[in-house]
Write a protein that binds this ligand. Structure first.
Ligand SMILES: [Mg+2]
Length: 270
């Protein structure tokens, strides 16, 4: 349940489609973040995309006029690596994902598996260099009983001129041949990512709002973890989709540019 009467003291902001599209900031978004910070609101940034490190996302945001430190950023790759390192520190992990995901696992002390025969965990991410051989290695590991995990389950990833297949498409391919369902997804809307963000903000869920452009990840994570949900229409969700969605956000804004005005409504001065 969202604590509707609680003041909102922290914002969990999605990146792609919410603060920027491709290499361009959403107009007005940097100013809105600066204004919220000036009011003392705590801000953290969350992405389901494991292509970049926390440092790389902080740099990109700072370059777009939204000052950010790596410690303000949650990525699905970082959450996956931290969670697996706690759950199964000795596990050998076969990664179907970007090189950055392998580096993140190593930073958390985990051992990437070189092939399917030695894998205890198959971790699927946004793999843009996937080969049939690698898919088969994952299939064989899963048949032998390896844990089936993924950084995120987004079916597609938005790019400048449309969308491309994301981790959800690779999960679907493995589910089809293994006859098993993915067991752990670490990115949004999972509680792993919600807790990681709340931990950075050092706030209870009822004092936080999640702002994002996807109903199935951003809004769902807010609703399932006791936070306020704010959908922005600058990304993948169109007003027509919203009209027939089962997942209903608490608030809908045209753009993150108006987030400071929404904050006025959420925290009226008494
Ligand atoms: Mg997004």
């Amino acid at each position: 349940m969202t604590g509707r009467n609680s003041p909102i003291r922290g914002y969990i902001l999605d990146l792609d489609g919410t603060l920027y599209r491709g290499e361009k900031a959403i107009p007005g978004a940097p100013q809105a973040v600066v204004e919220l910070r000036a009011r003392g609101r705590r801000i953290c940034f969350v992405s389901n995309n494991p292509l970049g490190s926390r440092e790389a996302y902080a740099r990109k945001l700072s370059n777009l006029g939204i000052p950010a430190e790596p410690e303000d950023v949650v990525t699905s790759g970082w959450v996956a690596a931290c969670t697996l390192a706690r759950q199964a520190p000795q596990a050998r992990v076969l990664v179907l994902g970007p090189a950055e995901l392998v580096r993140e696992l190593r930073r958390q002390g985990l051992h990437p598996a070189s092939d399917g025969a030695e894998a205890d965990v198959v971790l699927v991410g946004f793999d843009q260099t996937l080969t049939y051989e690698r898919l088969n290695q994952a299939f064989q590991a899963l048949r032998r009983g390896a844990t089936f995990a993924a950084t995120n389950a987004d079916p597609t990833c938005p790019v400048e001129d449309g969308e491309v297949p994301d981790a959800g498409a690779i999960i679907a391919a493995l589910e089809a041949c293994c006859g098993r369902k993915v067991e752990q997804v670490f990115g949004k809307p999972s509680p792993h990512t919600a807790l990681a963000a709340l931990d950075l903000l050092k706030l209870p869920p009822q004092a936080c709002a999640v702002v994002g452009d996807r109903l199935e990840t951003d809004v769902r994570m807010a609703k399932e973890n006791g936070m306020m949900s704010v959908l922005t229409l600058t990304g993948v969700t169109r007003a027509a989709q919203l009209a027939c969605s089962q997942v209903i956000p608490d608030h809908v804004i045209a753009s993150t540019a108006v987030l400071a005005e929404l904050d006025n409504q959420l925290n009226p001065r008494s």
